[in-house]
Design a protein around this ligand. Structure first.
Ligand SMILES: Cc1cc2nc3c(=O)[nH]c(=O)nc-3n(C[C@H](O)[C@H](O)[C@H](O)COP(=O)(O)O)c2cc1C
Length: 362
């Protein structure tokens, strides 16, 4: 099947169209460099997919949302992150670093002073533990654009094949785009157009600083929010039309289920993937993620418009998911402790119920 055949992206060879979805491991070293058990975890999972997107990588000191999150917040991280890039590439997959700032979703336990938790507006996230963030000044916003750019340049220096801008899952870039979390009245908020300004500046800065014939730049987004004033599919059409004009190489859709339709409007019956694919220029690839476990899922998501297919849970449980799909059309659904960093394994186990109904066991 086509999804399991060789292909290229930006002139680089890929063994297939499978992508390891970005997944935080909570397992870096205390100094936020990748740990040995994390390197081992990536090594195993880089052997049968075409591209590996790393766990979210913090772009600055105030970007950390998770315990033991790996980082590119200063030049001193380039060497350690080069180990990660090499580990992935040595196994024949492309290595993409996901660049991230958590904004109001940051874990307050990681910060001595809660005024270091910043966001577009002083509105608390609806999650356990959340604190009211401090509204970013314009100067801080410009600095954060620089932080993203510098982290991308460092990723390139470390030998990554590209970077993915984390604009999904309610973190900082999405917080700026959403009327639910951004009530600013300056040039970064107020209208849909202004709420796009931060995304625009981050994306342009990264492309300008890293652009060449080879380096890949992708953008991950969540297409909708269910909250009042949250992102609608129409807003996402606007965002995607805008990103479509930029020198990006792929858009990555973060979905709960790859074939999902609108969460806000039942009258919209076309799957989000197909809706957005139809807006993209042909050279801009679309990565689809969410609940992909079998070759049937691959065929279906390809039919809906996906070009590449990101596996999350499937690769956590089955490090050789690419080979399993080729051999038997399905993945092995048992999480294997020795193949996972211990903190990640413990978290997955605590969350057992979330995986059980899909047939995953421990
Ligand atoms: C343990 C875990 C960590 C995750 N961390 C990230 C992350 O760092 N960045 C991100 O964009 N998505 C993250 N996700 C979301 C996944 O990339 C993916 O979108 C989600 O798991 C749905 O795909 P699946 O059904 O194949 O698991 C994470 C998911 C899991 C299970």
């Amino acid at each position: 099947m086509d999804a399991l055949k060789k292909t290229t992206i930006k002139g680089k060879n890929l063994r297939n169209r499978l992508v390891m979805a970005p997944m935080t491991t909570y397992s870096g070293n205390e100094d936020y460099t990748p740990s040995n058990e994390e390197l081992h975890y990536y090594k195993l999972r880089s052997q049968t997919v075409g591209m590996v997107i790393t766990a979210a990588v913090a772009v600055s000191e105030t970007a950390h949302a998770f315990e033991r999150q790996i980082s590119l917040e200063s030049d001193s991280y380039v060497k350690a992150m080069a180990h990660l890039a090499n580990t992935i590439k040595k196994e024949g997959a492309l290595a993409i670093a996901q660049l991230h700032h958590g904004g109001r979703m940051n874990n307050p336990n990681l910060y001595e002073n809660s005024s270091n938790i910043v966001a577009p507006s002083p509105l608390k996230a609806q999650r356990d533990n959340a604190v009211t963030p401090r509204e970013m000044t314009e100067e801080e916003i410009l600095q954060t654009v620089e932080d993203f750019k510098n982290a991308a340049v460092r990723a390139k220096k470390a030998g990554f094949d590209g970077v993915e801008i984390h604009g999904a899952n309610t973190y900082l870039l999405q917080q700026f785009f959403s009327g639910y979390s951004n009530i600013r009245e300056d040039r970064y908020g107020g209208t849909l157009e202004k709420r796009l300004t931060f995304i625009d500046e981050v994306t342009d800065a990264i492309i300008e600083a890293t652009h060449d014939e080879q380096f890949i730049v992708g953008y991950r987004l969540s297409p909708e929010e269910i909250e009042p004033n949250g992102i609608t599919l129409k807003d996402t059409d606007y965002l995607v039309d805008h990103l479509n004009e930029k020198n990006l190489d792929y858009i990555h859709l973060s979905l709960r289920q790859y074939a999902q339709t609108s969460m806000r409007d039942e009258s919209i019956t076309i799957p989000v993937v197909s809706r957005l694919k139809s807006r993209l220029r042909p050279e801009l690839s679309l990565i689809v993620s969410g609940d992909i476990h079998t070759t049937e899922d691959l065929l279906h998501s390809m039919k809906l418009g996906g070009d590449f297919f990101a596996l999350g849970t499937a690769l956590l449980a089955d490090p050789s998911a690419g080979a399993s799909l080729k051999d038997k059309g399905d993945v092995d659904r048992t999480f294997k402790e020795p193949t996972l960093p211990s903190s990640l394994y413990e978290r997955l186990k605590k969350n057992e119920h979330a995986f059980k109904h899909k047939g995953y066991t421990f």
